[in-house]
Design a protein around this ligand. Structure first.
Ligand SMILES: Cc1cc2nc3c(=O)[nH]c(=O)nc-3n(C[C@H](O)[C@H](O)[C@H](O)COP(=O)(O)OP(=O)(O)OC[C@H]3O[C@@H](n4cnc5c(N)ncnc54)[C@H](O)[C@@H]3O)c2cc1C
Ligand code: FES
Length: 267
């Protein structure tokens, strides 16, 4: 174990603090890139929908770690992150090169539940919210179910990794400007006229989109799991900055979520 690697015992699940090597950096466009990390300590128990907290290098300006969904896990236990450049932290992360070492705490939070699935499922991703849906689609696919995946972005340039999602499910696209797929928001797609065909819906993306998806799912009595991206500091339930109101009172998104059944949330 390296000096910077240790296990953090939190509730029932041990969390790992580990250095990891950037084995691959893939620039998708000026806003998005993928980092593939090889952690010094690996675990078999990463759930789709869990996230990690990453220490930002190349700057003294960003004190807090930043949360990123676990986008995918390769067969040799490498972790892939899909990063959207937003502010100081992600700009600094963009400067990282292959071979550099990054410190991560993982796996954090509770992921999607899917072991009950038998039939048709729908995954709905908006913008960078598609990130956790890759590992989810892969796990569902391994169960012999081909999920329908609808991805909505502002325009064609924001559509990323579409070919990868197409390997795992039937992909449908919406863009707000109509430059690809159906014009409008994801909920404008014809799929939303037949939601009762689905056993379960999963969604991640802007909160306004997830609320709209959850509302339509509720109208058709289809269960819907949503993955929240509230602003976080510690990521381990200590600072309470990520709380969200639920039917069980205020809950920490970092430990009780980020995935919730939509009916648990006071939206
Ligand atoms: C559980 C979880 C999973 C996430 N997964 C991913 C992922 O897979 N890929 C990815 O690119 N990003 C993801 N994010 C969002 C990512 O953590 C933020 O974009 C990042 O922390 C921004 O850091 P920054 O220093 O670049 O920007 P900052 O300088 O911290 O912020 C820039 C601006 O973005 C806003 N902002 C910061 N964080 C968020 C947020 N979570 N939601 C909305 N606005 C925010 C700030 O208020 C500010 O206006 C996730 C967040 C959470 C909580
Ligand atoms: S981020 Fe600190 S309690 Fe959730």
């Amino acid at each position: 174990m390296s000096d910077k690697s240790l296990f953090l015992q939190q509730k029932s699940m041990p969390k790992i603090i580990s250095d990891s090597i950037v084995v691959k950096k893939q620039i998708l466009n000026d806003k998005y890139f993928i980092l593939e990390l090889k952690p010094f300590i690996v675990t078999d128990s990463i759930e789709a929908g869990q996230f990690l907290q990453l220490q930002i290098p190349h700057t003294n300006d960003v004190f807090l770690r930043r949360p990123f969904s676990i986008h995918d896990v390769t067969e040799n236990h490498h972790i892939r992150l899909l990063v959207q450049v937003i502010g100081k932290g992600t700009q600094a992360l963009q400067q990282v090169n292959e071979g550099e070492v990054l410190n991560i705490i993982y796996p954090l939070g509770k992921g999607f539940s899917f072991s009950h699935l038998q039939n048709k499922v729908l995954l709905v991703g908006g913008g960078c919210g598609v990130a956790p849906l890759m590992l989810l689609a892969r796990k569902i696919n391994k169960m012999g179910i081909l999920p329908d995946i609808i991805i909505g972005t502002k325009n064609k340039a924001d559509l990323i990794e579409i070919q990868e999602y197409q390997k795992l499910g039937n992909v449908f696209i919406t863009t707000e400007d109509g430059s690809e797929g159906t014009k409008g928001y994801v909920t404008h797609h014809a799929i939303f006229e037949h939601l009762e065909a689905y056993e379960q819906i999963y969604t991640c993306g802007p909160e306004v989109m997830m609320k709209a998806v959850a509302k339509r799912a509720k109208e058709k009595s289809v269960p819907c799991q949503v993955s929240l991206e509230n602003t976080m500091a510690c990521g381990i339930g200590a600072c309470l900055c990520c709380v969200t109101p639920s039917i069980n009172g205020n809950v920490c998104v970092c430990t009780e979520g980020p995935v919730f059944d939509s009916t648990e949330l006071l939206w």
